[in-house]
Design a protein around this ligand. Sequence first.
Ligand SMILES: Cc1ncc(COP(=O)(O)O)c(C=O)c1O
Length: 407
Amino acid sequence: MDKDFPISGWSSLAVHGGHTQDPMYAHQVPIYASSTYVYDTAEQGMRRFSGKEEGYIYSRWGNPTMTEAAEKITALETFGVTDRSANPIQAKGILHASGMAAISTLMFATLKPGDKILTHFSLYGGTDEMVEKILPELKIESVITDLRKLDGVEEIIKNDRAIKMMYLETPANPTIQCVDLDELSKIAKRHGLIVACDNTFATPYLQQPFKFDIDFIIHSTTKFLNGHGTAIGGILLGRDIEFMKTKVTKVHRLLGGNSNPFDAFLLIQGIKTIELRMERHCANAMQVATYLEQHSAVAKVNYAGLDSHPDHRTAIKQMKHAGGMLSFELKKGLQAGIDFMNKLKMCVRTVSLGTCDTLLSHPASMSHHGVPKEQREKYGITDGLIRMNVGIENVQDIIADLEQALS
Ligand SMILES: Cc1ncc(COP(=O)(O)O)c(C=O)c1O
């Protein structure tokens, strides 16, 4: 594709974005399985190391297959987003070994001992542990609150000058709670905070945090971006290109959380169908949520697309559709959850999310088995809660499987 072709649609960008013509004329980007790169002369090596000449040096630092994946995601996250002067925004993405590796680079590149992070109480478990257990050992503490209650947020920031970052995740794993990107970013910017957003559940197709002046975006690409459950991966994107090229690149290279060309290749192929998959995930999720809401065995359905969801207004304000993730609570508790999971015939019993196939997990007996009941219930993880990644199968089959498992 010519670089100056004015792409106007999501799928065109998802298919062609980030692609560089291969020097050997391969149609698809090759899997560059090479740890290091050669120089024609010693002088060329010197120029590469000094940064006077662009070029690859060592695959922990960068690799052509990984670059293509990073540039594709960057193209999607910035697509149609303009700054205050109506100019298209710029960003840089760095591919990582996992979502957690991307989050680690973000924290180490932006925070120092004595700084604090302000965040919402419902976050992906790994991020929560990082914020509550790992960072405090480095004297980086957190202030954890309900960021859906906007009224108190400014006071918290005013009263604690050590807060340097506002860290958001919306919709959040596993509760599907949503926080207001626009309002929170405005408050944070009034006080000079860095704002970061984990956009894993939404994907850039449904929500573009850069529209709301967010500084950094993180994805676990393991999920909807890959879309097929074939590789672990992550990406960190930043609006300040200079900072991304200097401090963030340095931290990424030295922490060693780099991706690899095989996983990057799988990610690139997965991203090409993102629009088709997300449309179907969302349409199916809405139908499944509506079905579950009227089922007599179900006490409650958490889906941001339903009017009954407390954050429905926030979700529709900032997302194209409400996403492919939902959770629901069985009236009869723990044993009902275990029995339901055992009866599933087509939908898959597993953790993780974002794949074409419908995946269900029962946090109380699986991912949160070791968490004391009172503690997990504070976060809405009750005995009968089932988390569901609604897949792209034909929806009547998903509902038929749920129906027989609930009976
Ligand atoms: C919202 C969210 N962020 C980050 C992560 C961590 O990603 P990874 O498992 O790729 O390290 C996950 C994993 O489930 C997640 O759901």
